[in-house]
Design a protein around this ligand. Structure first.
Ligand SMILES: Nc1ncnc2c1ncn2[C@@H]1O[C@H](COP(=O)(O)OP(=O)(O)OP(=O)(O)O)[C@@H](O)[C@H]1O
Ligand SMILES: [Mg+2]
Length: 264
């Protein structure tokens, strides 16, 4: 099962992707977590110490690897021939970070052409890698996407089985999510769950949901606001440092229960 975690900036994508990765792997799924943010921080959320997380080079920034595999250095592109089918089948083993048994992370870096400057060898490598893992790896793949709609524009989104559209319970955030869900649908992503995060008043969140999604039957899942998350983040720690009884762990576990039904 390939799960895309996307939504507007700061809504909780990385936190939810990290918690789901741990919960899936704790329940005997093999998990591959992929960070495609241009400012990657999934490693830290997964529990890698800050100084170590800082040292991970995203694939799209690894000039040596890019040159070795595509024949051109990042930034080159115009007028330079490079391979669009680079070797990528060893990347998880060689460049992945083992978080624990059954859970690996690859920091891909941004696949957004505008963020990388051009359709350069870096993007070619990242895309070839993503196509490869989607096709060949028999794991639960959880992608923490860059904020916004870019992920729906580049011929990758349609490969996902499930889109977790993370949103805040505000009208503004829900309207943006509605647009993202429409884009996902048009691309043919079969299943979407609207994940309404940072909820302090469940009733008001549900009311806003029905205002913005009056006739559609997009399933939604509520994750309540959890003040302990900030305490953990203030110490530079990841989701593994949250108490097992914390609100967010509970609510993401309920989300896992829903998703694992599709995964079977
Ligand atoms: N349920 C929650 N309760 C309280 N705080 C939360 C909750 N979910 C996320 N946050 C907080 O919101 C902030 C943003 O979370 P996170 O980094 O996961 O969002 P993001 O969508 O990945 O952001 P970006 O778009 O920058 O990648 C963090 O400080 C996080 O602690
Ligand atoms: Mg993030």
């Amino acid at each position: 099962m390939k799960i895309l975690v996307a939504g507007k900036g700061g809504v909780g994508k990385t936190t939810i992707a990290a918690l789901l990765s741990h919960i899936f792997s704790n329940h005997n799924y093999k998990v591959l977590a992929l960070d495609t943010d241009s400012v990657p921080n999934l490693a830290q959320s997964l529990g890698i110490p800050v100084d170590k997380a800082f040292k991970i080079t995203p694939l799209t920034k690894n000039a040596e690897l890019i040159e070795e595999r595509t024949g051109a250095r990042p930034g080159e592109g115009w007028g330079v021939l490079f391979s669009l089918t680079p070797k990528v089948d060893d990347i998880v083993e060689k460049y992945g970070v083992k978080i624990k048994e059954n859970l690996n992370l690859v920091v891909v870096g941004s696949i957004d052409v505008s963020k990388e400057g051009c359709l350069c060898p870096a993007i070619a490598l990242a895309k070839a890698f993503l196509r490869h893992v989607f096709l060949k790896r028999k794991e639960v793949i959880i992608v923490d996407a860059e904020a916004g709609a870019e992920v729906f524009g580049r011929g990758l989104a349609e490969k996902f089985d499930l889109f977790l559209c993370v949103t805040e319970p505000t009208i503004k955030s829900l309207i943006i999510s509605k647009k993202l869900i429409k884009m996902a649908r048009e691309l043919g992503i079969k299943k979407t769950i609207l994940v309404i995060n940072k909820v302090t008043n469940t009733l008001n969140a549900a009311k806003n949901y029905s205002k913005i999604f009056p006739e559609e039957n997009i399933p939604y899942h509520i994750i309540r606001f959890d003040p302990t998350l900030q305490e953990v983040e203030m110490k530079g720690l990841g989701v593994t440092s949250l108490s097992r009884n914390s609100i967010i762990v509970h609510d993401v576990f309920m989300l896992f229960n829903k998703i694992s039904k599709y995964a079977k």
